[in-house]
Design a protein around this ligand. Sequence first.
Ligand SMILES: *Cc1c(COP(=O)(O)O)cnc(C)c1O
Length: 392
Amino acid sequence: MVHKMIESSTVFEIEDQYGSGAYAKRPTAIVRGEGVYVWDMNGTRYLDATSGQGVAALGHCHPAVSHAISEQAQTLVTLHESFYNDRRAELLALLDSITPGDLSHFFLCNSGAEAIEGALKVAKLLTGRSGIVAAKRAFHGRTTGALSMTWTPKYRKPFQDWLPSVQHVAFNNIAAAREAIAEGTAAVMVESVQGEGGVHPAEIEYLQALRQHCDKTGAMLIIDEIQTGFGRTGKWFGFEHAGIVPDIVALAKAIGGGLPMGAVCWRAAHGQIARATHGSTFGGNPLACAAAIATITTIRDESLVERAEANGSWLLDELAALNLRGVRAIRGRGLMVGLELRGRVTPALKAMQECGVLALPAGLNTLRLLPPLIISRAELTKVISAIDEVLS
Ligand SMILES: *Cc1c(COP(=O)(O)O)cnc(C)c1O
């Protein structure tokens, strides 16, 4: 194999020398993936309970997605939205079929942060207002608009003087949200489960009360489903647990089966946005659309949303039954699970990797599991054993 020609230490050196420096990297060069597994350059196999940061809902190189990408790659890769396209039309109709209520307008883009930027612009265009209310501990991305909604001061502080002012209120606290929402509020934005902030699910009553208060005040309710969308929490979208329909939804991560893609979605009742108020060169390109169609139809046809619900609650029960000494609290919804540790998460992640399982942090103390939705109980058992070994 080609990978034998170059040592992983050489890969580390080159990336460290020429990379941006923005990332804390694990000293592992991953070169191949199949299903729930990835392999490093030495041929060591790991169970990927990160899904590549929540992206690979179908695992790595799912045949349906790989096939759709290679076929579309030989048909048409790029096409600006100033022309129509069969794949794009197919994807828009498919997205409409899986989103509840009249969530029927979609702006296609290329990442999560871009979906958040688009959601903010749509909220402003639909309301003519500019105030934004977001939640403490929120993570919405790192471009200037998205960063202003993100809570973690470490991410925001160096850029503070560039950012639009946003009011951050306590999460899961309806009184605090009501107090902050005023006449000039364009939108309230929350995640249906805060991911990066430590895996904190929004309480059902909280989402319902936010919906009611937004109806009363005319503010748009924006739900960030970038990490929670496409079955992760045991529903197609996390807000569905509360039986509400938001005004605007931000989508990304799992939508494109691994290709960069995002989308802003909003209710037909609000109408479309005016010509030329938004745009994107790569947005809605046929290659990403083909990958997204394959991803979404596979999730639907293989009942992976229901499977995430069943396996997620089983996983939570199994983890709770371990009575782990190193764990302060276990939280989650579907296959999005956080274990709040008594100590720092980094050594636990390292020890998990030594047991052959890749997991994610969520803040300094929470270990986050986002396994592919296709994961089997036998494979989940390997994750549980690694956790037991590391944290008991
Ligand atoms: C990952 C993430 C984002 C940002 O997405 P990028 O594609 O990295 O820009 C925004 N919101 C949530 C909830 C996320 O998990």
